[in-house]
Ligand binder design. Sequence first.
Ligand code: MRU
Length: 351
Amino acid sequence: MPDAPIAALPPTVAWHGDLDGHLQLLDQTSLPHDCAVLRLDTAAAVADAIRRLAVRGAPAIGVAAAYGLVLGVRAAAPPPGGFLAAVRAAAAALAAARPTAINLQWALDRCVAAAQAEPTLERLLAEARAIHEEDVAACRRIGEHGHHLVPPDGTVLTHCNTGRLATTGDGTALAVLFAAWRAGVRFRVLVGETRPLLQGARLTALELAAAGIPVQVACDGAVAGLVARGDVQLALVGADRVAQNGDFANKVGTYPIALACAAHSVPFFVAAPRSSFDPCLADGAAIPIEERDANEVLELGGRRLAVAGVAARNPAFDLTPGRLVRGFVTDRGLLLPPFPAAIKALCGSGR
Ligand code: MRU
């Protein structure tokens, strides 16, 4: 192409209609070169879209799953008394689509609680819409709380995609960058390509270029060397699940960035909404790390890279210890160490 500017793209997640409506997702697997839209009418189709990353990014999959639950319960046409059982069954199926991002389970838990209070489809749809609206607002507040961190004339390193495609608002880490840019701060962004599915090269570069923010893509393996050379003044990434002590899971390749930043005294910050914090986990050891199909590593554009018979490892996320994090930019403010107390207060401040 010249690829479509992001502002011209359809929304990442949209519900069309009322109780008889359907879910529309922007198919991210074909970006940036093609812009395909999915019209989904079943919970199974939503779970499939989440599994194959047609919709991706921790907050966005939470919102999509909440709408998927409406579709699942509607199709089940549960008898009066069986409504909650249908909600729980559909929620369990959707939650199984991807294990690492807590936002998925968090959104479904909220919908189940809403259905317990009022077992109607109307209430489920209202909860999904509330989760959606709150996500947009949370992204805006993350930008407000973090934009002052961006160094004027500096280079910000980010990873994967944490923007308008990963959320239903401006993003998490990218919301901070968009807010700084709107406030008149000028800077450059370096983004790791994010092997194997290239969210950095395909999606983040698209979003930043569309906003007019200078962006360069680097091979993931080049990033530590660029940090060591003094080419990065701030690293800012998202999170899929943050434990009580600040350990967090994010896209594979985040941990090496944190190590390089620690070794070279570059500030390393994480941007994430309250819904990405898991109040049940004391530390990151128990965060489930998704292992995806080996062919994502062994093939590129449908062409085999390694000879037949060679195996691969494909963890989609890695775990970064909280001690490497300078601070968390959340929708409720900036959290600084010691993290256990700050995160406990965040999680206790409501949903
Ligand atoms: O596998 P993905 O593309 O869903 O991974 C996304 C990330 O790792 C993001 O950094 C994370 O969800 C936080 S962004 C809002």
